[in-house]
Ligand binder design. Structure first.
Ligand code: CA
Length: 365
């Protein structure tokens, strides 16, 4: 008897399970079989390693997870819109999605740098913590809402390199009058330190360096910089990337387009973004040093550390710039304070975990 009841229970459970997908499908949308064909514009050259692969991976994942119900076609910089018009194109609905970096839009939103990376700010691990378990994502959504955009974190490069220079940087004096491609808040700090910051899309860096339009450029790190051939136009490769310690790349979705998706497809977009967010960091961790060895051993690149006094001065100016902007921009202030508070508490534990461990590992080198 007990056996029979158990069997009946199993059978009912089985039937129940069998019915559930059809039920929730009906709930999720009035037209569950509707297929969406979307355009995704990017700030990267088509199929560019790492940064450009993230949106391609995202599109492939979304297509497979949705069984073809959400099809995303990826456009490289300039194929549909120029690199630095991605934000406007998605905001206006010319394309449903975009992939780039929030700090490219500091001309519109001063605080946008906090959603990519700020000088002497969070590293990748801390950034992901602030975004997904701190106040970061809620603030980001609030900041982008007036532009009709829904943001997601969709990639992180880890700590970047300080950049490519044609002269040695031995003191702050060597930065005077230097024209450097350095976007976001890092650029403002660089200006204050006596240089001249410009922003140029990645695809134009090589030519800009070669023709002398700029004297120096930061880009990402060995894996990405090797792909652009920047070693052919500059000799010195400086570290550490004080200006970009844990840059997040962004996926932006037009709000009206996002709202038109049934719940399950919205969840697929969110989950695929989260997956590529981690995937990029994994790939860079695996590939950066091989590329660095190639740059040094095959191309004779000179790797140099920025002097301590230069870093100290840049840190001092960074603090000053952040405080000054915060004093006149309430939104900037709110996000700055949130990120700063997160950084302080994360650093407290990281002092005795990540940092202490790296120190311990060096003892045995
Ligand atoms: Ca960079």
């Amino acid at each position: 008897m007990i056996k029979k009841i158990a069997l009946l229970g199993l059978l009912l459970a089985f039937l129940g399970c069998g019915e559930r997908p059809a039920d929730s499908g009906g709930h999720a949308s009035a037209t569950p079989e509707q297929t969406f064909k979307w355009k995704l514009v990017t700030t990267w050259p088509k199929n560019y390693p790492g940064l450009g692969e993230a949106p391609e991976n995202f599109a492939k994942m979304v297509g497979e997870m949705s069984n073809g119900r959400l099809q995303v076609k990826v456009f490289g910089a300039g194929q549909m819109v120029p690199a630095l018009e991605v934000f406007d194109a998605v905001s206006q609905g010319t394309a449903e999605m975009g992939h780039g970096a929030a700090y490219y839009w500091t001309g519109k939103i001063k605080a946008a740098s906090f959603f990519t990376s700020v000088p002497f700010g969070l590293n990748a691990q801390e950034m992901n913590g602030w975004l997904h378990y701190g106040e970061g994502m809620a603030l980001w959504r609030e900041v982008y809402a007036p532009f009709n955009l829904v943001p997601f974190a969709a990639g992180n490069t880890g700590v970047q390199m300080a950049g490519w220079f044609n002269r040695e940087i031995n003191s702050l004096q060597d930065l005077q009058g230097l024209i450097m491609r350095i976007p976001g808040l890092g650029g403002e700090v660089f200006n204050r330190a006596g240089g001249e910051a410009v922003n140029i899309p990645g695809g134009e860096l090589y030519t800009s360096m070669q023709t002398g339009v700029i004297d120096a450029t930061e880009w990402v790190g060995p894996f990405n910089d090797l792909a652009f051939g920047l070693h052919q136009v500059a000799k010195y490769y400086y570290y550490p990337g004080w200006h970009e310690p844990g840059p997040t790349l962004e996926l932006i979705v037009n709000k009206a387009a996002y709202d038109s998706l049934p719940k399950d497809l919205q969840q697929i977009v969110a989950s695929a973004a989260r997956a590529v967010n981690q995937d990029m960091l994994d790939e860079y961790t695996a590939r950066n040093n091989t590329a660095l060895e190639q740059l040094v051993n095959e191309h004779g690149v000179q790797v140099r550390r920025l002097p301590d006094d230069v870093l100290q001065e840049l840190a001092r100016i960074s603090e000053q710039v952040k405080e000054e902007i915060a004093a006149e921009d309430p939104l900037f202030k709110k996000i700055y304070e949130s990120q700063q508070a997160f950084q302080e508490q994360a650093a407290e534990y990281h002092n005795i975990s990540e940092e202490a461990y790296f120190e311990a590992r060096r003892l045995t080198d």
